[in-house]
Design a protein around this ligand. Structure first.
Ligand SMILES: Cc1ncc(COP(=O)(O)O)c(C=O)c1O
Length: 423
């Protein structure tokens, strides 16, 4: 039995009791299931295999902003993923994880000089360019170091997608991409530049996209633009159709991947280009939990609080996006329910995982998990309140592997410096 399942009354991760993991590694700790990642990868790759011929399969570039632990990257690489990055740090993680540079796609609205140089020197597959100034910057740097940059242009399709306004990226007023009106001009300009080679387009409308028709609406913008660019005498050989696939946090209705794959077959495939996808959350989100311990049960006249040792610095999604996460005890799972606010120790009312939720009754010292924390969890964690970053554990084949040790408070404090002028 794989994934997060109850065995003999105890919640397990791929057959390893979470009680054992807490005993060995402490809490709060992120625990990932390799099997769930594999299932998710196979579900997505499988849908594409059913819809598209073998020689038209997409490059599945895992968007590692979702979870960039090097072991997670290596594992997804071993399954068949390529990689999407948004920073020099992610490039270095990707290379350390064994990705070949030509499997890596670089996106983001603010690529730095140093990042562009590192990507060019490594020989990445492409830059997804988001603005005219960025195009000029890449051309200039590529000229300086004598390496031609392969670029695609990110279309801003003016399509709303994304499960929260902060993770919706395809609307006209969003900072992302180049408008339909300007994108052919960008392509033309690039074709006149000496040090860039424009090869295609990209589109990504947001994350946790539930209005699934938005994918189709965005895709439908591409054929007309591709035709225009080709009519202008340029070649278009790559289309990157982004990520954004939703996962279940509560009771959401999932995207039918076969339907999505049919849109790719019917709208994108006839354009006769290489196809690239950038799934992030879908591959890792449901594959992780944040394991924590109940520090106190605080009973007040108005509400009872479970104060747990995980906090908003460990998992910011509830307070940043008002995101729902399931919460479960690791043991005594059949206890009668009680109504709780589940909160962390940080000095902000926003440090709240849920309010007014009925959960099995819990006591001080009990273990609890925050579910579906594998994506945008650890990678968004911070040292707020000088709290050390949690450990990360990857469970594979019934064995727990520590893939990142818990940070020490000393490591954080040692980065600070006291200047001499202070006596
Ligand atoms: C350009 C780009 N591609 C892919 C992704 C991954 O999105 P998701 O994790 O929803 O699949 C993101 C997320 O922000 C992104 O900005």
């Amino acid at each position: 039995m794989t994934g997060f399942k109850e065995i003999n009354g105890v919640l397990n991760a791929d057959n390893v009791p979470l009680t054992d993991i807490a005993k060995e590694y402490g809490t709060p700790t992120y625990v990932y299931s390799a099997d769930v990642m594999k299932e998710q990868y196979e579900a997505l790759a499988g849908a594409m295999k059913r819809a598209l011929p073998a020689d038209r399969q997409p490059l599945l570039c895992y968007a590692c902003k979702a979870n960039s632990n090097v072991a997670v990257l290596s594992y997804l690489r071993s399954l068949g993923c390529s990689l999407e990055i948004v920073s020099e740090g992610e490039l270095k993680r990707g290379l350390k994880a064994g990705f070949k540079a030509n499997q890596i796609v670089s996106t983001g609205v603010g690529k730095t000089r140093s990042e562009i140089i590192s990507c060019l020197e490594a020989g990445i597959h492409q830059f997804n360019v988001e603005s005219f100034p960025e195009l000029k910057h890449i051309n200039q740097i590529a000229g300086e170091i004598g390496i031609k940059a392969t670029v695609v242009f990110r279309l801003n399709p003016n399509v709303s997608g994304g499960g929260h306004h902060k993770i919706s990226t395809g609307r006209k007023r969003d900072k992302f991409g180049i408008s339909e009106e300007s994108i052919c001009d960008a392509y033309q300009l690039a074709s006149e530049m000496e040090h860039v080679e424009p090869v295609g387009l990209s589109v990504h409308i947001g994350s946790q996209v539930f209005t699934v028709e938005s994918f189709k609406t965005a895709f439908e913008k591409l054929p007309g633009i591709v035709e225009k660019i080709r009519e202008n005498g340029h070649s278009v050989t790559r289309l990157d159709i982004g990520g954004g696939f939703p996962i279940i946090y509560k009771d959401e209705k999932l995207l039918d991947l076969d339907r999505y794959a049919e849109w790719v077959r019917d709208i994108i495939m006839p354009l006769d280009t290489e196809i690239i996808m950038e799934p992030g959350r879908y591959l890792v989100g449901n594959a992780g939990v944040l394991l924590s311990e109940v520090l106190y049960v605080k009973e007040t006249h108005d509400q009872d609080f479970l104060v747990i040792d995980a906090a908003m610095n460990d998992l910011i999604r509830p307070t940043l996006y008002e995101a729902y996460h399931g919460i479960e005890p690791v043991e005594n799972r059949d206890a009668p329910h009680h109504n709780y606010d589940v909160v962390g120790p940080i000095c902000e009312s926003g440090d709240t995982f849920t309010q007014g939720r009925d959960l099995p009754k819990m006591n001080q010292g009990d273990l609890v998990v925050v579910q579906s924390a594998g994506a945008y969890g650890f990678c968004m964690a911070s040292n707020y309140n000088t709290r050390a970053m949690p450990a990360e554990i990857l469970v594979y084949d019934g064995q727990a592997h520590e893939v990142r040790a818990r940070e020490s408070v000393e490591e954080i404090i040692d980065l600070d410096k006291i200047p001499d002028f202070i006596k």
